[in-house]
Design a protein around this ligand. Structure first.
Ligand SMILES: [Zn+2]
Length: 231
């Protein structure tokens, strides 16, 4: 088997016999980590922006758009800057929020729930928005985290090409690592524009994904948490 055949075989194994088109509309994913190349950070952010601007200009040109039009000529650079500095900034570990922990001085030992964290992400199969709310909860193992940091962790992982299941698990694993406890929960309720604005065009459906770790993985804790999330 040559290298390409090996790669194809590995890919079809991880995709379980589905082809890329099937995968795209069904939003399966292949692992916890965002698939990145080994040399993902060989180029500086500035170099990436310059490359993306050239390539995006080509996409627009191929589609027949007139790049000399005043309204369009700045678009390739705007898109490149937006990709690197904003909507995909969470691909770069340097942008990961720095988290300070505090001692749990109040000895608060019940669940803490931070709910309705609005986030904007993008579907990695279509590069169109995923818009949703994340609810995160934890039970302190002795340390507590600033509430705004819970929000920042959600935003960091949202700013990647994503699938909702992976976003849920990446947030949960990060919280577990930072808070040094398995007792974390993450619930995400989101709308996928690739479902509502194209493809099957269902405007009313939403996707809910959950992670219940440690003490949260009991019917009582799940019921308690769900109760707090009722509006
Ligand atoms: Zn999609």
């Amino acid at each position: 088997m040559n290298k390409e055949e090996v790669l194809t075989k590995q890919t079809s194994q991880t995709l379980q016999g589905f082809d890329d088109n099937d995968i795209g509309d069904d939003h399966l994913f292949t692992g916890l980590e965002t698939p990145m190349k080994a040399d993902a950070f060989k180029l500086s952010d500035q170099e990436k922006k310059e490359r993306i601007a050239i390539l995006f200009e080509e996409i627009m040109d191929v589609m027949g758009l007139d790049l000399t039009d005043d309204s369009l000529k700045g678009t390739p650079k705007r898109v490149a800057k937006m990709y690197i500095d904003e909507i995909f900034s969470g691909l770069n570990p340097q942008n990961k929020p720095k988290i300070a922990l505090f001692d749990n001085k109040y000895q608060y030992n019940q669940m803490l729930v931070e709910k309705n964290i609005t986030f904007y992400s993008n579907c990695e199969h279509h590069f169109v928005p995923i818009i949703g709310k994340a609810h995160v909860a934890y039970i302190s193992s002795g340390k507590v985290i600033g509430l705004s940091k819970l929000n920042r962790i959600v935003q960091y992982f949202a700013k990647r090409p994503q699938v909702q299941e992976r976003l849920t698990n990446q947030i949960a694993e990060e919280l577990k690592a930072i808070l040094k406890t398995d007792d974390v929960a993450v619930i995400i309720d989101a709308k996928h524009l690739c479902v509502s604005s194209r493809g099957i065009k269902d405007e009313s459906s939403a996707t809910v994904t959950t992670f219940y770790g440690g003490q949260f993985n009991t019917p009582e804790k799940i019921a308690e948490l769900q109760n707090y999330l009722k509006d």
